[in-house]
Design a protein around this ligand. Structure first.
Ligand code: SF4
Ligand code: SF4
Length: 398
């Protein structure tokens, strides 16, 4: 479509790219044909993330979010840190200050550009980064940024799996971009540009894909290490490897990543130093150190107890796992053999931590590393004082 509206759209696109957005695409707003959201929810795949169920109607019908909306501007921020950056125990997106906080000023600035170019007011648009009732991946596919892979992620032809997505819904009608041919189909399914590849499905350490494109959060390491505040199912723990916050496995193996370039980080604040933290350091975190090290990062959302719980699982795997159980992300650099004794000493201390969830996973790790009888002997004092049933359950095994 050519004409003045297209010229204005292109001016908007270039202004938004200057603000730091790496992908800027436009889609016409319409109610979504449900790409399987209700079915996914009905099967319980959202675990305890009830907010996903509560927002389903709005996600599927943008008019419920912004009556009179005609356009969705889909924005992508490239967060690929470069091949030389080892993520360590953290998912790559977490090697930055919390992107919700750093992308938001970019969205505020983008809103001002839209107001200026389209003569609208602040009530004529809404923007969201991750936390809103919008189908970011569906809109990104509809707007031609990429397609939904069998890993359920939005895959950009230019940036691979490494785009953070934001959406601005607005009332003016802006000529839409063409969806990729596969992108249109991706609203109803996943994997149209995957061909015969199934790497992501096969690489998942916990077999969290009941079918291509469908992630069961109840089995997903990302969900458990980030969202779940309680006990991690015992049968899944040995499969977590050394991951402490998030999991990139099904993203990192994707061949579409070969085109990714290191992100500009205009809307992100690099914290690549987090990737160098060793497991022993994580097990030793004090409340003060936790606040200091993870200040302004996404990791702070799990609170200290969450990081300690996850570090206990990782320690149990790294120093107690048997060959073949840990996937490649159980990076040896995170934990050296000589630190095993020191790690066990920390875990024995954590078996008396104030938070039952930390105690429970510390007990699990000690028993895994030392073996049942020697482990119970080392834990005798902590066990004698234990009253919480979740923790006594760990001592009992079963
Ligand atoms: S994030 Fe990790 S655990 Fe979750 S589906 Fe992907 S590979 Fe599996
Ligand atoms: S790893 Fe293969 S199957 Fe999975 S999303 Fe990438 S191309 Fe598709």
């Amino acid at each position: 479509m050519n004409g003045p509206d297209t010229g204005r759209r292109e001016l908007l696109r270039s202004r938004l790219k200057e603000l730091g957005f790496d992908a800027v695409h436009f889609a016409a707003v319409q109610p979504f044909p449900d790409p399987g959201l209700r079915e996914w929810l009905a099967a319980g795949n959202h675990a305890d993330m009830e907010w996903l169920a509560r927002s389903a109607d709005k996600r599927l019908d943008p008019q419920l979010v912004l009556p009179g909306a005609h356009t969705a501007i889909v924005l992508g921020v490239n967060y690929w840190p470069g091949a030389q950056v080892a993520p360590g125990a953290f998912a790559r997106y977490a090697l930055h200050a919390d992107y919700h906080d750093t992308v938001r000023p970019g969205l505020v600035a983008a809103g001002r550009v839209v107001e200026e170019l389209y003569g609208i007011g602040g009530g004529d648009y809404r923007y969201y980064v991750d936390a809103g009732p919008v189908m970011e991946r569906g809109w990104a596919a509809a707007a031609g940024i990429g397609f939904r892979g069998k890993n359920g992620n939005l895959i950009s032809l230019g940036h691979g799996n490494w785009l953070l997505l934001a959406v601005i819904l607005l009332r003016p009608a802006i000529p839409p971009d063409e969806a990729l041919a596969a992108g249109r189909a991706a609203q109803a399914g996943a994997g149209q540009l995957c061909g015969k590849c199934t790497r992501c499905l096969e690489s998942c350490p916990t077999a969290a894909f009941p079918s291509p494109g469908v992630v069961d959060a109840r089995r997903c390491i990302s969900y458990h290490t980030i969202e779940n505040r309680g006990m991690v199912p015992r049968e899944l723990r040995p499969r977590f490897g050394a991951r402490v916050f998030g999991c990139d496995e099904c993203l990192a193996v994707c061949p579409w990543n070969r085109f990714a370039q290191e992100g500009r980080s205009l809307l992100l604040e690099r914290r690549h130093d987090l990737g160098t933290l060793r497991l022993l350091e994580l097990l030793r975190l004090t409340p003060e150190q936790f606040r200091e090290v993870f200040r302004k990062t996404s990791v702070k959302r799990t609170k200290l107890a969450g990081v300690l719980r996850n570090a206990c699982i990782a320690a149990g795997n790294v120093w107690g796992g048997t060959a073949g159980e840990c996937t490649p992300s159980a990076a040896p650099a995170l934990a050296v053999a000589g630190e095993r004794e020191a790690a066990v000493a920390e875990l024995l201390g954590l078996a008396r931590h104030e938070a039952p969830v930390v105690r429970a996973h510390a007990v699990w790790a000690v028993l895994r590393i030392l073996g049942r009888a020697p482990g119970l002997e080392a834990l005798a004092e902590a066990r004698a004082q234990e009253e919480d049933t979740a923790v006594t359950g760990e001592y009992a095994g079963g």
